[in-house]
Ligand binder design. Structure first.
Ligand code: UT7
Length: 323
């Protein structure tokens, strides 16, 4: 018998403002055809001035709690993956804790940029397997619109805002790949590549800064590293591509998503794709895809999922989970 971290609820929040690709044509030397063909993105949501990362995270977390039929004080911990916290500190997770009305347990942020949700899931799983907690809210929430240089067409058309959350619960499994819950995780980073994707602000500048990316260089790393981490995680879980029902990838670029699925020998009909509607929402992209994929009727109980993501650091990883 093994302890497993099982998803018992999920939810998401998207700001109401939707911006189509064509809207950028008024201010930038770009067009819908370039954005669509190079990235697969057609539109994205942007937070309103009064919305921020913790509020969106709270809305997604509340939806996950409602989905599970539980209250905030039934939860032992909150782990929030974000690179765009409301303030440098306290953590956005503690703000979510207060906004949910949760008066016990603990909360902290994880910062691994676009791989943040995978890192947060692995941390939550480790806390559950060590017996320290029984229920953990794992959230990805981002307001990347706040760190965009609106004069840089190579980045500002790619990102969006939103939040997604899952509620994990310790349950007992048989110790086989048939168990529901997290079956394996694989985390990686290589700080030598930090100049490929970073924000040029922080305590060293006294400003929040803007996102800077050498997109084609990140692209060059992405497919190989994503396929490798997904393969490692599948081997650890004792499953093969033939066992997988859904790839739930980080939603940065449809060409990266297709290339990775191809390397893993899985058809696009088994990939949850939301990049066309959300753009790249960094740490929020996988939990958004989980929740939307579930709502669409794609992801069903007992389906075997492989999640994979890469982003700034570089940091990348994968999680194999039976829903
Ligand atoms: O989520 C974190 C990880 N991030 C990613 O995974 C992003 C990975 N990278 C990508 O998704 C792609 O590299 C991009 C979508 C960012 C760019 O696509 P690309 O095919 O790699 O294009 P490129 O950067 O090589 O640029 C090609 C051309 C350039 O012009 P020249 O030098 O060929 O004349 C760019 O200046 O496209 C130009 N360009 C644009 N043209 C119209 C760049 N941005 C735009 C734009 N509109 N918005």
């Amino acid at each position: 018998m093994n302890t497993r971290s099982v998803v018992i609820g999920c939810g998401h929040y998207l700001p109401s403002r939707i911006v189509e690709n064509s809207e950028f044509e008024a201010t930038l030397d770009t067009n819908d055809e370039w954005i669509r063909s190079r990235s697969g993105i057609e539109r994205r949501h942007f937070a309103a001035d009064h919305e921020n990362t913790s509020q969106m995270a709270t809305a997604a977390a509340q939806a996950a709690l409602d989905d599970a039929g539980l209250g905030a004080d039934d939860v032992d911990a909150i782990i929030l993956a974000t690179s765009t916290p409301d303030l440098t500190f306290p953590s956005a997770a503690t703000m979510v804790q207060a906004q949910l009305g949760m008066t016990r347990g603990f909360a902290f942020d994880v910062q691994a940029v676009c791989a943040g949700f995978v890192f947060a899931l692995a941390n939550a799983n480790a806390l559950i397997l060590s017996g320290q907690v029984s229920r953990v809210l794992v959230i990805g929430s981002e307001t990347f619109s706040r760190i965009m240089d609106w004069t840089d067409r190579s980045t500002c058309v790619l990102f969006g805002d939103g939040a997604g959350a899952v509620l994990l619960e310790a349950q007992t499994g048989e110790g086989t790949a048939q168990d529901r819950g997290i079956l394996s995780t694989d985390l990686n980073s290589d700080g030598r590549h930090r100049e490929l994707l970073y924000v040029d602000g922080g305590t060293s500048t006294g400003t929040v800064g803007y996102l800077r990316m050498q997109g084609n260089q990140v692209f060059r790393h992405a497919v190989g590293k994503l396929a490798a981490t997904a393969t490692t995680a599948m081997e650890r879980a004792g499953v093969t591509a033939g066992d997988v029902d859904w790839i739930v990838p980080h939603q940065a670029n449809i060409r990266i998503i297709q290339g990775t699925a191809n390397k893993l020998n899985l058809p696009m009909s088994q990939v949850v794709v939301t990049v066309q509607d959300h753009g790249n929402t960094s740490a929020a992209s996988i939990p958004l895809a989980l929740s939307v994929g579930r709502d669409r009727g794609q992801i069903k109980q007992d389906d075997l999922l492989v999640m994979e993501a890469i982003g700034g650091g570089l940091a990348w990883g994968a999680v194999v989970l039976r829903w």
